[in-house]
Design a binder for this molecule. Structure first.
Ligand code: F6P
Length: 341
């Protein structure tokens, strides 16, 4: 078979490890040939390809980002998107597609499967908010980076008696904030799933200072105050209709300074969380997803996605995985709350 592979959406540590696993198994075990599409669905729409053989995946296991490039192109944003995709697959004699991505990229894959395109999915996102799988790769790396940042910020918070706010990624789900906040000993963790009460945050800050410590607050970019809205970096939206978030940390710092008279500063981790080499766990997960994805292609399991359930990799329908985002469980948040204030 000739198999096309693409990586779409925000880049994520572990993407290259998936490519390596797919090719390293697919060539010797099944005799498949691979074609890499550049920049996600854009490459499929425009027939923009690059070679993807064993020589091209050498050295990729620890490498961050994606050698295929990525974009947030949405083929369904144009009327002829599906026809153009079919055209590219026919022209390049491609028998199957492996789409590696998050809710948007895999949402497109699910719709294409409905239209009869032979596609298999691999879940990635640092946000860890994809349904159908316990974890996505990239998340563990993002949590490690955010935890290290929190550890480092504690010393400045204590030395200067400041409130330090760490703004982490997480558009709709607060997984990074909850995991890194718990690991880093945050005094408040604010997540999109639970609008926060600024009076309560102020009370936590004041109680932390009374205990002769300085507060660290971890806030997801998508968190919002009760009765308020998400803080946007710009009014622009991407091809899937997502606004660019950012700024809730600064908003909160200003509010805390105004209410408490204590100096409050924000560190926005931004793309640092998505950069660099994947952790061992993300390499392990990405590699296993890649191996199971190419097995699924060989078995003709179209419309399925590799997923982690416990320690097993299983195949689940793309449609099921992309139906609903996986949000932070209130019981987990309650565990984190024990340490607030
Ligand atoms: O979807 C992953 C993610 O990192 C989100 O946490 C974040 O909101 C978004 O991507 C940022 O996207 P971009 O890098 O395109 O601005």
């Amino acid at each position: 078979m000739r198999v096309g592979v693409l990586t779409g959406g925000g880049d994520c540590p572990g993407l290259n490890a998936v490519l390596r696993a797919i090719v390293r198994k697919g060539v010797p075990a099944y005799g498949h040939e691979f074609v890499g599409f550049r920049d996600g669905w854009r490459g499929v729409l425009e027939g923009d390809v690059r070679p993807l053989g064993i020589p091209e995946v050498r050295g990729l296991l620890p490498r961050g980002g994606t050698v295929l490039g990525s974009s947030r192109t949405n083929p369904f944003a144009t009327d002829d998107g599906v026809d153009r995709i079919r055209g590219t697959l026919a022209e390049r004699e491609i028998d199957a597609l492996i789409a590696i991505g998050g809710e948007d990229t895999l949402g497109v894959a699910a719709r294409l499967h409905d239209d009869g395109v032979p596609v298999v999915g691999v879940p990635k996102t640092i946000d860890n908010d994809l349904g159908g799988t316990d974890y996505t790769f990239g998340f563990d790396t993002a949590v490690s980076i955010a935890t290290e940042a929190i550890d480092r910020l504690h010393t400045t918070a204590e030395s200067h008696h400041r409130v330090l706010i760490v703004e982490v990624m997480g558009r709709h789900a607060g997984w990074i904030a909850v995991h890194a906040g718990m690991a880093g000993g945050a005094n408040a963790i604010l997540i999109p799933e639970r609008p926060f009460d600024v009076d309560q945050v102020q009370a936590w800050v004041e109680s932390r200072f009374r205990a002769q410590y300085a507060p660290i607050i971890v806030v997801s970019e998508g968190a919002m105050p009760l009765g308020g809205a998400e803080v946007l970096q710009s009014g622009q939206t991407d091809a899937f209709g997502h606004a660019r978030l950012g700024g809730v940390g600064d908003w909160l710092a200003h509010e805390i300074e105004r209410r408490t008279g204590k100096e409050a500063r924000t560190t926005v981790l931004g793309h640092v969380q998505r950069g660099g080499t994947p952790t061992a766990r993300d390499r392990w997960l990405a590699t296993r997803f890649g191996l199971h994805a190419i097995d699924a292609v060989q078995a003709g399991e179209w419309g399925m996605m590799a997923a982690l359930r416990g320690t097993d990799i299983v195949m689940v329908p793309l449609l099921e995985a992309t139906k609903e985002l996986r949000l932070v469980d209130p019981a987990l948040y309650a565990e984190a709350e024990v340490f607030f204030g």
